[in-house]
Design a protein around this ligand. Structure first.
Ligand code: SAH
Length: 395
């Protein structure tokens, strides 16, 4: 049976010619054959020229995601294994100071919708597109062979599954569920990770290098870790010699885990304060009470998943950054992040500059931060870049 085809409207081949791996529904003129979601289809220009081989997704506005630009390449278990092996080899080369890392970063590793995180001997798989869903079992088999983990947990419960019309799925995929708590080592510190119930796949692996940077800047400082989750920044700050850390999060469970994480590393509990509350309100309360810090970390959740929501997100970022800047003593440091795909680095910097102006402080950028190298960004897929951060010094 011939491969089903998506024939594009005239002129709509341009983004594929630049090797952008998404085919939007609006670009498709007609479908030949009767592909089911997850099936492999050939993408063909209006003039009949082969462009790419892709996974079809009927419910999604991203109607197909490219597996290969090569008309000779079959999409099968061997293909997936090759791509997985290449991604994993690239991570091994990085020599990260952690036994937790993202092994496979979806489109940026040529595996749209496939995300694999490693936590020591455990792997966590996310299938976030129809193509990933279709090849789930061969992907799990290849990961067993390539990494020999004790367990693979599936965490296909990210919101983006909804856009594909896929229900959430969480569970054991291979091996045995670990009995005790799972600890991951990051730059000399151990963190307990809840693989089945934690955020994302359990830990914010993308912040590893930035947490280390925070630790290296923290000596003697009074630190406010806002949106602390399980205390990654606070722990590195304490290890770096911070005088005191205040953790703020609106998840009581995350704060409990943060407290355990300090204990796992024999970090002084007496130097830590945990506040369960809305960061916007807590920051205002601190401002009204005249509380001051020498370092503030702002690592909020995604305010703007898409460009369309960027404006509302911008107000949120401006608000918290303005408040945070007002809490800093002279010489204080603000480590501020945005993981919103809809807010790019230039816009984020503009928002923070506006916040500094309104806060009436002189401030400069000491460092620019991004996601770690285990979250690579394919040059043909700028959407893969989502995390940006600034180290700002108030002078
Ligand atoms: N810095 C963390 C990751 C932060 S993730 C790390 O390095 O691991 C964002 C966190 O913000 C989550 O823990 C979430 O519970 C929390 N959160 C979301 N909205 C919040 C709000 N309005 N106030 C306080 N915390 C919030």
């Amino acid at each position: 049976m011939p491969q089903p085809k998506l024939i594009l409207a005239p002129g709509r081949e341009r983004s594929l010619e630049r090797r952008h791996p998404w085919v939007f529904a609006s670009a498709v003129a007609r479908v030949e054959g009767a592909p089911q979601s997850g099936d492999t289809v050939d993408i063909v220009s209006a003039r009949g020229q082969f462009l790419a081989r892709a996974a079809y997704s009927h419910p999604s506005q991203i109607r197909a995601r490219v597996w290969s630009w090569n008309s000779d390449e079959a999409i099968d278990a061997a293909f997936l294994r090759r791509r997985l092996a290449a991604a994993i080899a690239s991570r091994r080369m990085l020599n990260l100071p952690s036994d937790g890392m993202r092994l496979v970063h979806a489109e940026s590793d040529g595996l749209p919708g496939v995300v694999v995180d490693q936590y020591g001997n455990a792997l966590v798989l996310q299938c976030l597109s129809w193509g990933a869903e279709r090849w789930r079992e061969p992907v799990a088999d290849a990961l067993m062979e390539l990494c020999q983990p004790e367990v693979i947990i599936e965490r296909s419960d990210a919101d983006v599954r909804e856009l594909e019309g896929l229900p959430p799925r969480v569970g054991l995929l291979r091996g045995k569920q670990p009995t005790g708590p799972l600890l991951v080592t990051e730059a000399g510190l151990q963190f307990e990770v809840d693989l089945s119930g934690g955020h994302k796949t359990g830990f914010y692996l993308d912040q590893c290098a930035n947490r280390m940077l925070a630790g290296s800047l923290a000596a003697g400082r009074e630190v406010l870790d806002c949106f602390s989750y399980t205390g990654g920044f606070a722990a590195q700050a304490l290890r770096g010699g911070a005088a005191h850390v205040t953790l703020v999060d609106d998840s009581a469970a995350a704060l409990e885990l943060a407290a355990r994480n300090l204990a796992h590393n024999s970090l002084p509990a007496g130097k830590a304060e945990f506040i369960d509350g809305d960061a916007f309100q807590v920051l205002r309360r601190f401002r009204d009470a005249g509380r001051q810090f020498d370092m503030v970390i702002l690592d909020p959740p995604k305010f703007a998943p898409t460009r369309a929501t960027a404006e509302r997100a911008a107000r949120g970022y401006k608000d918290i950054n303005l408040l945070a800047l007002k809490l800093l003593r002279l010489g204080g440091l603000l480590l501020t992040f945005s993981c919103s795909g809809g807010v790019d680095a230039a816009l984020f910097q503009k928002i923070v500059a506006g916040a500094a102006l309104d806060a009436g402080v002189d401030a400069r950028i000491l460092h620019r931060m991004s996601q770690g190298g285990d979250h690579p960004v394919a040059l043909n897929f700028p959407e893969g870049e989502y995390l940006k951060g600034l180290v700002i010094e108030v002078s």
